[in-house]
Design a protein around this ligand. Sequence first.
Ligand SMILES: NC(=O)c1ccc[n+]([C@@H]2O[C@H](COP(=O)([O-])OP(=O)(O)OC[C@H]3O[C@@H](n4cnc5c(N)ncnc54)[C@H](O)[C@@H]3O)[C@@H](O)[C@H]2O)c1
Length: 263
Amino acid sequence: MRLSGKTAIVTGAARGIGQAIAVAFVNEGAQVVICDRDEAAAVAAAKEIGPSAIAVAGDISSDEDVEKVVSSALESFGKIDILVNNAGIGATTLFLESSREEFERVVRINLTGTFLMSQAVARKMAAKKSGKIINIASLSGQKGGVGRSAYGASKAGVELLNKVMAVELADYGINVNAIAPGPILTEVSKTMHTLETRDAYHRLVPQRRYGEPSEIADAAVFLASDEARYITGHTLNVDGGFLAAGLLFPFDPKTATKIGDEK
Ligand SMILES: NC(=O)c1ccc[n+]([C@@H]2O[C@H](COP(=O)([O-])OP(=O)(O)OC[C@H]3O[C@@H](n4cnc5c(N)ncnc54)[C@H](O)[C@@H]3O)[C@@H](O)[C@H]2O)c1
């Protein structure tokens, strides 16, 4: 029960990684606000979790909705100890074919939405001089993936925002950290990833598999807990070793063909 007595807002928690984080937080003793723009799914997710969860519909890129989510959390639980900025959208469009409209939509939700939620919640946390903010970034914000101009740029922005918030909010007792997932098995990756994408991940991720939403949730529980009190401004990659993998991976020097030995 590492989060006993704590209250949390998890955005995009109606399904996928956010839902797994909400479930893990409740299992550790927290009360959770399931914030999602899909109201029906948010209500269903909260019902499934039980009395420790409430659903609040809202779009994180709307000022009014952000205000509503924060005030609903305070009305229900009296305080906000933890915010997880998980809500996000993906996009896989080649750079030369990308539209301004798509670029701005992805940045508005993934980056501006994270900024709006964090600022609204941090103002409440600052008044009580404690809090934890966890931002869900992505490996696509660290490496240049094909088709990832809007998504990658938005997530790289989240990582830098993570650092600035950590520095500025340290005086207020607020820890700010990010988690950068590698490929994770959710509805989105199941439907969006082509067979070629799957094969590539199985080849390029040293653990040779997709991660589970619960594996991101385990990292979020740690960062939200008191065990992580001296960690701030950090990005924790939960990616099966993908970021660490080198240029010559996968590669076996024992069986590799030497120049001159080619058939
Ligand atoms: N699945 C992966 O492989 C993977 C990898 C790296 C990073 N991520 C990141 O993890 C997070 C969750 O990913 P997922 O795979 O669980 O996605 P998902 O699409 O399954 O879930 C995202 C949830 O966010 C909600 N949402 C979207 N836009 C919103 C908005 N403007 N306001 C409120 N709610 C909104 C959706 O309704 C949905 O319920 C995202 O930020 C994503 O970029 C995912």
